[in-house]
Design a protein around this ligand. Structure first.
Ligand code: SF4
Length: 382
């Protein structure tokens, strides 16, 4: 028996490691057992095996800019420090489109390839604000990918603002130039957990239906998991299973981007933040369970770059992006920087023994690999 075999056996992972090395799918029970593992090195060893099988020694990042068009929101998610209710004038902001186009053009001139846009559920902004915003950003920088809106924003726009079906709303946004949906709003899918942390927000089924519809239009998106609040390991496994099922169906997710709850300036402050141990364990379990996902992203805004760097050996193959103006986590107390330079990201990746490679929005490497944003639309999907 090799040294590593004995470590895996001692960690109670002998049978799961056989499945991992044979590239077999893990069950929900396997994932629950992985969430109970105390030997993080053994777990990381397995996750790293899958990470290197899928992505070799490369670690990617994207040159991007975050823009939040408005923090006015009709909901009051208990974990959110970003939103202001419509009557709460202090701390509210809503950008005009010209200002967003100006900032995007400036960043684009510095080399970004993606603008990432999310906001609150504004009760008054007309649908034309959103389509004109996308058109203005595309006009300012035609080659830029516009990655925008969570599934909850899409439902809000469809049901309350445009008053059109989800598919038609997405088609209108697509016509305006929307390239990708963001993965936010998924939180933890379990309805009991949602009731405690984001009452009134869309259900898991509604979130998944928006992404399913987008994927069936031949488009791609990311997905997320907000962990470290009231959920249990079983809730996390349920969340991952639902994402894996949709990925089996459409293949439209580019990556999972997990992040931990930040406990300042919101109604769940009493919970505190999960440990670095838990961050790494969650990333490793996600890598092992989501066999049909190509990429797991470490969100350094939440983890901090030093831990994101360590995560490159715990299943992660992507460090997200330069970001530049993050607000949502920082309003909740995150102490990480609001942006990174390419040099800093690349240095972190090299130090971890990986090869840094710039990617586009669709996780395609920009070093000669062919980019294809689109999936096969409806007809080719099961
Ligand atoms: S998380 Fe999103 S939907 Fe919930 S209150 Fe904050 S901005 Fe609104």
């Amino acid at each position: 028996m090799s040294f590593m075999d004995s470590i895996l056996e001692r960690a109670g992972l002998a049978d799961i490691s056989e499945k991992v090395f044979a590239a077999q799918r893990l069950t929900d029970d396997d994932a629950l057992r992985l969430y109970a593992v105390r030997d993080l090195n053994a777990l990381g060893y397995l996750a790293n095996h899958v990470r290197e099988r899928k992505n070799g020694n490369v670690a990617t990042y994207v040159l991007n800019l975050y823009l939040n068009y408005s923090n006015v929101c009709i909901l009051s998610c208990q974990f959110c420090a970003f939103a202001r209710r419509p009557h709460e004038k202090e701390g509210q902001f809503t950008y005009d489109i010209e200002e967003m186009a100006r900032q995007t053009k400036e960043a684009s001139d510095r080399g970004i390839t993606e603008v990432h846009i999310v906001g609150g559920l504004h009760p008054k902004l007309p649908f034309s604000y959103y389509t004109e915003m996308i058109r203005a950003l595309k006009a300012a920088s035609p080659d830029l990918c516009v990655k925008a809106f969570t599934a909850i924003e899409i439902r809000h726009l469809a049901e309350r603002i445009a008053k059109k079906p989800i598919r038609e709303t997405l088609e209108l946004l697509r016509e305006a130039g929307l390239d990708s949906l963001t993965g936010g709003g998924a939180e933890i899918f379990d309805p009991g957990v949602r009731d405690q942390i984001c009452r009134g927000k869309e259900s898991a089924e509604e979130w998944l239906e928006v992404h399913r519809t987008w994927h069936r239009m031949g488009r791609r998106s990311t997905c997320t998991m907000l962990y470290g609040h009231v959920e249990t390991p079983a809730h996390r496994v349920d969340h991952l299973r639902r994402l894996r099922e949709l990925q089996d169906e459409t293949g439209g997710f580019t990556a999972l981007v997990p992040f931990a709850f930040e406990p300042e300036h919101n109604k769940l402050e009493r919970l505190g933040r999960v440990s670095a141990f838990e961050d790494l364990r969650n990333l490793a379990v996600a890598r092992l369970y989501l066999d049909i996902f190509d990429h797991i992203t470490a969100y350094w805004i939440s983890l901090g770059l030093p831990l994101a760097q360590v995560a490159l050996s715990f299943g992660v193959d992507d460090l997200h992006g330069t970001i530049q103006q993050e607000k949502i986590f920082h309003m909740a107390g995150s102490k990480t920087p609001q942006g990174q330079t390419v040099a800093t990201l690349e240095r972190a990746i090299r130090e971890a023994g990986r090869i840094p490679v710039q990617r586009n929005t669709f996780y395609e490497q920009l070093n000669g690999h062919k980019a294809s944003a689109a999936l096969q639309p409806d007809a080719a999907l099961p």
